[in-house]
Design a protein around this ligand. Structure first.
Ligand code: CP
Length: 310
């Protein structure tokens, strides 16, 4: 396979296994590029990309911008809070105005699930979903799986537990799609109130006991409780959550093997994970962030190659 089967990256759900293999192979090349003294290639000098962030971000926004600049694309950044969206302009009007200034590709983070899919049907540009509400965060899942592959050699056959707020997590859904596509076994662990009822239909098992889940897995992906997406309480107190679902050094050391610990960030230290675990040699949290740039370079490069053919 030499090109992606899709014109947009809206979710892992729309990718084939071969697409992910091509993205990883391309990311391997870009990872080598960004470790050179001059971390830049001229590949996308003729492409302009708009980063539209309607929701806060540190890692994803900076990672996309660095990826675009390292491919030599022209980049414009848009933040909803300082734009005419605050005066009532619609999403389609906003994006079409930006596109009329000869923009080829849009990277968008939006609080509404499906916002990227909606946009891809109404505007003439390649769309990359940088997180749409509690729906999908495809580049996060790609960089997570790429980091597992880098650490453990392959994703196929690995046992991965995703711990925490599965219900409100776009990282969880995209990771489940990607991990299953690549042949991993997946369990989720968290309060029953934060596990969606449909989860088993995705081929995922539920393990309510964190110690059992950790004894089973090769990799634990610890998720943040997404208070900003909750309008009711899903568990009695943060203290109880920490006791039942928080990962600490004592628990990690009590296991009969050395597992890999992941976290997509931002971390709530002392809640889903303690500092001594987050900063330990078993955690690959900053490797995930570093790999995000190579993965995003690969996605942008492969989608831009399709634009150039038109
Ligand atoms: N992992 C992640 O999406 O982080 P940001 O919200 O900081 O982009």
């Amino acid at each position: 396979m030499s090109e992606l089967s899709v014109d947009h990256l809206l979710g892992i759900k729309y990718l084939k296994k071969e697409d992910i293999a091509l993205i990883f192979q391309t990311a391997d090349h870009f990872k080598e590029v960004i470790n050179r003294p001059i971390k830049k290639v001229p590949s996308l000098r003729d492409i302009t990309i708009a980063n539209l962030f309607f929701e806060n971000s540190t890692r994803t926004r900076i990672s996309f911008e660095l990826a675009e600049k390292r491919l030599s694309a022209d980049v414009v950044n848009f933040s909803a809070s300082s734009s005419s969206v605050t005066k009532g302009e619609t999403l389609i009007d906003t994006v079409n105005n930006i596109l009329s200034m000869k923009v080829d590709m849009v990277v968008m983070r939006h609080p509404n699930p499906g916002a990227g899919i909606f946009l891809s049907r109404h505007v003439n540009a390649s769309i990359i979903n940088a997180g749409d509400g509690a729906h999908e965060h495809p580049t996060q899942a790609l960089l997570d799986c790429y980091s597992i592959r880098e650490k453990l050699g392959d994703v196929e056959g690995k046992k991965v537990v995703i711990v925490g707020d599965i219900l409100h997590s776009r990282v969880a859904l995209s990771n489940i799609f990607a991990l299953k596509l690549l042949g991993a076994q997946v369990k989720v662990c968290g309060p029953y109130t934060l596990i969606p009822k449909y989860i088993r239909s995705l081929g995922v098992e539920v393990e309510p006991n964190l110690k059992n889940a950790l004894e089973w897995c090769d990799v634990a992906n610890m998720l943040r409780v997404q208070h900003e997406r909750m309008d009711i309480s899903y568990f009695p107190s943060t203290r109880e959550y920490v006791q039942l679902f928080g990962l600490n050094r004592q628990l990690l050391d009590s296991l009969n093997k050395k597992i890999v610990v992941m976290h997509p960030g931002p971390i709530n230290r002392g809640v889903e994970i303690t500092s001594d675990v987050a900063d330990s040699d078993q955690a690959i949290i900053l490797d995930q962030v570093q790999n995000g740039v190579a993965i995003r370079m690969a996605v942008i490069y492969l989608l831009a190659s399709k634009i150039k053919q038109i």
